[in-house]
Design a protein. Sequence first.
Length: 202
Amino acid sequence: MEIFNDPEGYAKWYKIHEKSYESEKRLVSSFNLRDCLDIGSGPGIFHEVIKGNVISLDISIFMLINAPEKEDRVQGDALQLPFRDNAFPCVFSSVTVCFVEDPRKLVKEMKRVSKNRVVICYVPRDSPFGMYYEALGKKGHKYYSHANFVSKRELYEAFTSEGMKIKAIRSTLFFSPNEDEKIDEIREGDSGSFVCVEAVKQ
């Protein structure tokens, strides 16, 4: 997807929205992730809060060039992961589920290559920011016009259809798109606009 051939522009969003980014980093950090494959990693936006070894996978070589040099970087398709079964202790993804054609296949592939843990962070379609971004997409926004936002129910059903058990759901960003950004709290549940869901194999 050509829109992801601009790592500087992608990273710029996080600099402009630094308070939201800090809230999101704190949420990701709360899961104590270690030794993860990051699917749709981009330039490694959340890698500073993932411990141990991190492997970046992205469909865009331009994104991978800007990922941390010390990490292994693999160009590949999130829906056809080039790894063996049970290859990683942890498989992580942030917002990639919002940009794939088949969210269930993404979950299936994440489960396949994970030894146990799968964590997906995303902006649900039925959240304040999800509705706001979807509206921007309909107006031709550079990124959101290519998004395929999923609802909370759709993601939960994708996990359960693969026989996975949802272990934890936490969220942040409780302010509306019309309010000033702030570093927000983390709460259990999915009432925020940035939600992380951890599921494990049964």
